[in-house]
Structures are given as structure tokens and as C-alpha cells.
Design a protein around this ligand. Structure first.
Ligand SMILES: *Cc1c(COP(=O)(O)O)cnc(C)c1O
Length: 223
């Protein structure tokens, strides 16, 4: 698979969809999800100018990214997978954005790590939008409390993130996440939406996604 060609195809789709949605291309951030793929697969994308990457495991990212970052310091690394509280400090040290803040225990662990490191990594709160507990995410009912606790702990919030149920039409879930963000954001337009993957990022852009997390469309199927 030619990864640079795949990137231009995805870029073309994003640009076309932004035009239809009357949105600026610069308001949609492409997070290239490089989980499971080795450095030599990631390099062509770096060479093609992609700078924002997503990983779902702290350990894997620690193994892969320090070297790649040395070669390309402008890289922005996003944690998109579930985070265990005992990995909060490692995650805070390595990542620039965390998409999976979803519970008070993790929030407390992150706040402690931030104080210790003197660094406050901004987070999306992951919402359990399809009520499927195995994927993680804060229930819609618990969301107001978690937002309040994040404010108290001075955890910078970028907005909301979701993974819709695999077997259902994603659009209603994207629309619901957007509605929840409008309801809870500190001021109109302040929050972003991390939603949309390879199969549905164009739909997500139509429904106001600001961060699309695209893996297999760029890197091929994971082994
Ligand atoms: C793997 C993953 C993606 C990317 O999925 P693709 O279907 O390969 O684009 C996006 N978000 C999360 C949370 C993931 O774990």
C-alpha cells in the first residue's frame, strides 16, 4: 500500500466534504491513527507532511515515538485509547492531547501527574454514546459531574469524543455528541468534537467533527 497516496486521497475527501459543509479545512484536524504500525510504515506519512498521529497504547507509543519525534520535532501525539490510571503519568509525559478521559479516578490520576510534571495535557471527555460499557466512556448521565470535576482539577478540556456502536448508523450518535457539547461547553463554539474513523469521517465532518481519527484508510488493515 502506498501510504502517501492514501493520505492524499483522504485529504481530498476531507477537502471536498468541508466544501459541502461550508467549513474551513483548517477547522478539521486529521489524526492519523498509527497503532500497531511500525516506524517504517509511519515515515512515508511524515515525509508527506502529516504531523498529527494517534496511538491507543501508552507502552507502544513509548517504544515507537521518541525516535520518530527526534527526527520530526513538530509531531503532535494524541492518545485515543482507554487509559489506566496507573499509566496516567507516562501518558501525560508523552502525549500532547488525550481523547479518553472518562471517569473520576482517571481524572484524579491525571491531575496528580500534571501537578508533578508541571504540564497540563488538554483532554477530550470520552462519552459512552451508544451505552456500550466495554468501549469505555462516561455515561451521558455522569457527564455534567465529570466536567465539573475537570474544571476544579484544572484539566483543560477540548471537548467531547465518542466511538459509535459498530453495527449502527453513526450519524445520530455524532449529532448527539454535538448536541451534548453545545449544552456543556463554557461558551458557544469553545469545544471540539473528536469523532469519525475510516468508515465514517465524512459523515462526522458534516456533523461538525473537529478531530477525525483515521487509521486503516491511511495505513491499511491492521494485522
Ligand atoms: C483504531 C481507532 C481508530 C481508527 O480506526 P480506523 O477504522 O482504522 O480508522 C479511531 N479511534 C479509536 C479510538 C481507535 O481505537
Amino acid at each position: 500500500m502506498d501510504h502517501a497516496a492514501a493520505l492524499s486521497q483522504v485529504e481530498e475527501n476531507i477537502a471536498r466534504t468541508c466544501k459541502i459543509a461550508r467549513r474551513e479545512r483548517g477547522d478539521v484536524h486529521l489524526v492519523a491513527v498509527s497503532k500497531t504500525h511500525p516506524a517504517q510504515t509511519i515515515e512515508p506519512l511524515l515525509e508527506a507532511g502529516q504531523r498529527v498521529f494517534g496511538e491507543n497504547r501508552v507502552q507502544e507509543a513509548q517504544d515507537k515515538w521518541p525516535d520518530l519525534r527526534e527526527r520530526c520535532p513538530e509531531v503532535e501525539l494524541h492518545l485515543i485509547g482507554q487509559l489506566q490510571s496507573n499509566k496516567a503519568e507516562d501518558a501525560a509525559a508523552l502525549f500532547d492531547v488525550i481523547h479518553s478521559l472518562d471517569r473520576p479516578s482517571l481524572l484524579k490520576a491525571l491531575a496528580k501527574a500534571y501537578d508533578k510534571l508541571g504540564k497540563r495535557v488538554p483532554c477530550f471527555i470520552q462519552v459512552d454514546i451508544g451505552e456500550e460499557e466495554q468501549k469505555g466512556g462516561c455515561s451521558i448521565a455522569d457527564l455534567p459531574d465529570l466536567i465539573e470535576q475537570a474544571r476544579e482539577a484544572e484539566i483543560p478540556l477540548l471537548g467531547l469524543m465518542c466511538i459509535p456502536p459498530l453495527d449502527k448508523e453513526p450519524a445520530p450518535f455524532f449529532a448527539l455528541l454535538a448536541e451534548l457539547a453545545r449544552r456543556h461547553e463554557p461558551e458557544p463554539g469553545a469545544w471540539g468534537l473528536s469523532m469519525g474513523m475510516s468508515a465514517d469521517y465524512e459523515t462526522a465532518i458534516m456533523l461538525s467533527a473537529t478531530h477525525i481519527r483515521v487509521g486503516s484508510a491511511l495505513f491499511g488493515e491492521r494485522g
